[in-house]
Ligand binder design. Sequence first.
Ligand code: ZN
Length: 352
Amino acid sequence: MLHPGDPFTEIAAPMSAHAFRPQLLLVDLQSTHPSLLWEMELPPPKPFQAYCIISALEAGHLSLPSQLVMEPFDPAHPAPMLPSLSFLLLHSTSRQKMLFDLGIRRDVWSLPPGLHEQLRTITTTAVPQTVVESLAKGGLHPDEIDFVAISHLHWDHIGDPNDFRGRTKFILGGESKALLASAYPTVPDSCILADCPPADQTIFLSSGANEPTRTVALEVDAKWEPIGPFPRAYDFYGDGSLYIVDAPGHVPGHINILARTSSDGSWILLAGDSVHHWDILDGRARVAVDVTSYPAFGRCMHKDVAKAEEHIERIKSFRTMERTQVILAHDLRWYEGEKGGNSFFPGSIPPA
Ligand SMILES: [Zn+2]
């Protein structure tokens, strides 16, 4: 069984991105540390098990150069338009409502100036329907949303939090706090917008790390526990229905959501930006590293490639388990099969 604080970081750290071999990672870890059982079962449902009814929400589209995402890539599709999905998670018994990510705001020019060059020259956006308009299609108003969990602070996931200025609480990974403390306009060229989400509505799930303090914002000392292949997860409602999963690698504070989708043992992982294309999860491609053509993005889509690749291996392990499904934030394959269909609110995603 994996426990928080297991020597995972030390095992993963020496592995350079170039030396990464997906098939070997599991073998190496398990032979060196046989106690690290990535195949740990997901917990069985309890009597009257609570779960989440999950709906996809249209929340804008963006183009992303494939070269940045994976190698090899299909040169016939150098920069496909990808959805930037949001999800509504309705708790089956309390009827509390959580959104996971808010997609793209319609007025992208209200984002920090540091992003404008990228928006002019690299990334095309289209927002025919914002997340608020998607909620309205099923008769929901932003004031009815209890929580908005944000996978991470990139502009294509934060939408416009000012649409949720009522009673909604925002949930962020603890390491996001440091990013917000040095965001625009305090740091003029930062691509992250301070006070977005609003400080007085934000709850950080602390990892206990020593982070700069932000006034007003709340901090929960989350109890992180292992579940399935994931070493750090927070049982959000305390009933095993919805876990916030620490998903390191993409940017500090990045989180996924792992939720039960029925009372009888089905699960979904909403993987945010842990991975951007199914060919990577299916083993046909790997994370692109040392890309120099788009300096605005850095040399890789992931800030910490080794941690990102390790988490991708965990997602692969999750996929081998019974009655599981995975949806990515920019899941073009899933979107092309489901757009306009019943998986979108007011419909819901069928359990695996
Ligand atoms: Zn991102």
